[in-house]
Design a protein around this ligand. Sequence first.
Ligand SMILES: Nc1ncnc2c1ncn2[C@@H]1O[C@H](COP(=O)(O)OP(=O)(O)O)[C@@H](O)[C@H]1O
Ligand SMILES: [Mg+2]
Length: 268
Amino acid sequence: MKTLALTVRKGGVGKTTLALQYAYYLHQKRGLRVLVIDLDDQGNLSDGLKKGRLAVLSDTPASALMTGTLPALESDGLLYLSADDDVLRNVECKPEHHNDYAGNVRTNLAALSEQFDVCIIDTNPSADIRVLSVMVSADYVVTPLTLSAESISGLQLFMTHPSIGFNRIKQALNPKLEFIGAIPNMVDKTSAFQKASLTSLIEQLGKVLLQAGSGFAVIPKSTAVLEAQADGVPLWTIKKTSAKDLWTKHLHPAFEAVAAAMALPDET
Ligand SMILES: Nc1ncnc2c1ncn2[C@@H]1O[C@H](COP(=O)(O)OP(=O)(O)O)[C@@H](O)[C@H]1O
Ligand SMILES: [Mg+2]
């Protein structure tokens, strides 16, 4: 099993949206056994999966990944552990257990290695023990970002933060962790500011942006995404030209690039 964490300290940048669509993509288009774990107590990913009715809800809540030993989980499709907000919120307040939590995440993920092909973990937007525990055990990280004045410094900090930055975690705690890339999301190319932000992001941090096809993966802002999220369904099932365009020109190439970086089997 390969574990992908979608994480970044900012909220509202598209972690949950990409987690949901990528989980559907890997399961439906690549036939993989996918486990989704929603560690964000806001539960947006759990809500989306519930509405979409394409995934099976596990009896085990997401917090069990950190707080105990997961029971044997199995599915030949798409299984998810739903966010249980109270317990998830409380893990941060129990620093005396933080080492145990991080250890449990590692042990639990290792125990599932034969049961699933991929585990996708959506995280909360803060640098807390949930994110740290996932980063020290995951195999891959993908980071969506929006084009704002802070996007360059935010991404730099994500990489270089002295205690919880990607570079430090990889060097000191989890050498196998790979940064697949940052994905600019909700990009509005009609905005001169956003176009200029994208250009300077590419100039300054092109090395860490996800490459897709001959360029960089960039996901435009589109109401098709809102529609897909509202019903919790795969973007490619929405019968609108804008949805089809967004899928074929942007989201699908980005997901192909992420799947290639994870060395996953090809589309069936
Ligand atoms: N490309 C996009 N175009 C338009 N809306 C988007 C796009 N990506 C995400 N959104 C919307 O933006 C909001 C925040 O996205 P979300 O995935 O919940 O962010 P995060 O998990 O990082 O907090 C949601 O309402 C989502 O549907
Ligand atoms: Mg989210």
